[in-house]
Design a protein around this ligand. Structure first.
Ligand SMILES: NC(=O)c1ccc[n+]([C@@H]2O[C@H](COP(=O)([O-])OP(=O)(O)OC[C@H]3O[C@@H](n4cnc5c(N)ncnc54)[C@H](O)[C@@H]3O)[C@@H](O)[C@H]2O)c1
Ligand SMILES: [Zn+2]
Length: 405
């Protein structure tokens, strides 16, 4: 038996933010990030729509990128005071993820962060509030997923919270919100979406319900991402849907070790100024992981199917896998994303000498590899890496060397 779970409603298309006017309830808490939603007027709009629907509205703002455990606890306290019956999270993956974790703590004040991290161990929510997510970036698809990623800065580790309980009740996928994204955000979030779709398609938990979503997302991302990066707004709008489809796929098919590695390297070098942005990490690691996973026959065939849908050519699966890797690397080049941690420099642009010194990387490597193996995303990867293989793979991601094991 398997479960396929999505939000009850997905409102999509330009202007769908206005659907907030039709919500029913008494008190809505809007959770929002550092300022982009305010600056571009979407926060005001959301507040106005909810007030029009008769809500008393309170705003919890300032949720940082890669939200911390502390922020989650603070937000939950604010919820405990205000007692919302709707939580409306608006912004990128960060504020929406933080709001999901706040929601758990609000419903269960005794639940610790460690309790939340038990995979598929969240007790029944919606006793106090329902949850609506309005996404403003085109990547994480957290508006439709059962995941929330919270960073524990005490140890520099990102923890995924995973449970269908935190799949939002309502998702609003309004492309107008994504039109204000700067280029770099388009690139990173877009490659995050591509990684979601590819990992979902080869995941051991894939099924008939997730495959079409993953494949269609891949086709749409291939068609639109680089155009969107180059400011084609029709493509930008299409990417907002594409990332959401990828999210529907991976929320149910789960992910793989690209994400395990991104989660465990993301904040691991923060003391060197290197916050390896989630989407950039995925973009760098995906081609390496494809080469590693393709040693598994089933995964290789599935990568071959992806290459076919992308019309990449190739007369056998080995050639198709190579062409897929080349294509993804070309997308990185087209969007100014480095190929490896060694060249991951200021503002996440490729540089000769990146943030992370070689000796620091090598010293931390065994621990990072161990944590990556233990990440919740590793279980559904088509090939289970040993400690030694994970270390080798991470080295390939550091030096941009070929994966031949
Ligand atoms: N829950 C999931 O299923 C899931 C999946 C993948 C990643 N994640 C997590 O999501 C987080 C990343 O989220 P993200 O990539 O959406 O970025 P983000 O939410 O961290 O936002 C990045 C920056 O972009 C700005 N921004 C957001 N929308 C904008 C817009 N429309 N115009 C201009 N600026 C805008 C924000 O203010 C912020 O400064 C990471 O913590 C990652 O681990 C979660
Ligand atoms: Zn992701």
């Amino acid at each position: 038996m398997a479960r396929f779970c999505l939000p009850r409603d997905v409102y999509h298309g330009k202007g769908s933010l206005a659907e907030l006017k039709n919500f029913k309830g008494k008190r809505a808490m809007i959770c929002v990030g550092g300022g982009s939603m305010k600056k571009f007027g979407f926060l005001q709009k959301a507040e106005d729509y909810l007030k029009e629907a008769g809500f008393e509205v309170q705003i919890f703002e300032g949720i940082e990128s890669d939200p911390s455990v502390e922020t989650v606890m603070k937000g939950a306290e604010a919820m405990a005071e205000f007692k919302p019956d709707w939580i409306v999270a608006i912004g990128g993956g960060s504020p929406i993820d933080a709001a999901k974790a706040m929601w758990i703590k609000y419903e269960y004040p005794d639940c610790t962060f460690e309790d939340m991290c038990k995979v598929f161990g969240i007790p029944e929510l919606r006793r106090k509030a329902h949850f609506c997510a309005v996404s403003s970036t085109s990547g994480t698809a957290t508006e439709v997923t059962a995941f929330s990623i919270i960073t524990n800065y005490a140890n520099g580790v990102k923890y995924p919270i995973a449970d269908f309980e935190i799949t939002p009740d309502v998702a609003i996928v309004d492309p107008e919100l994504a039109e204000t994204m700067p280029k770099k955000l388009v690139a990173h979030t877009g490659m995050d979406a591509m990684t979601h779709a590819v990992e979902a398609y080869v995941s051991t938990a894939n099924c008939d319900f997730t495959d079409p979503l993953a494949i269609h997302a891949i086709e749409m991302i291939q068609e639109n991402l680089v155009k969107s990066y180059n400011d084609d707004m029709t493509a930008r709008d299409a990417m907002h849907n594409a990332q959401c489809l990828a999210g529907m796929a991976f929320s149910n098919a789960l992910l793989g070790i690209v994400h395990s590695m991104a989660h465990k390297t993301g904040a691991a070098f923060a003391d060197y100024g290197a916050h390896i942005i989630h989407g950039a990490a995925n973009a760098m690691y995906l081609p390496k992981v494809i080469a590693f996973n393709a040693k598994d026959e089933t995964a290789k065939k599935r990568y071959g199917v992806i290459a076919d849908y992308m019309h990449l050519g190739g007369s056998n699966d080995d050639e198709k896998v190579d062409l897929l890797i080349k294509y993804l690397r070309k997308m990185n080049d087209d969007m100014n994303i480095p190929h490896c941690i060694k060249n991951y420099g200021k503002d996440s642009f490729p540089t000769e000498q990146g943030f992370v010194p070689e000796e620091v990387f090598l010293e931390r490597l065994p621990k990072i590899a161990e944590l990556a193996i233990g990440d919740a995303c590793t279980g559904s990867n088509p090939r289970q890496p040993s400690q030694e293989e994970m270390e080798k793979l991470l080295k390939c991601c550091y030096y941009d060397t070929e994966v031949d094991f």
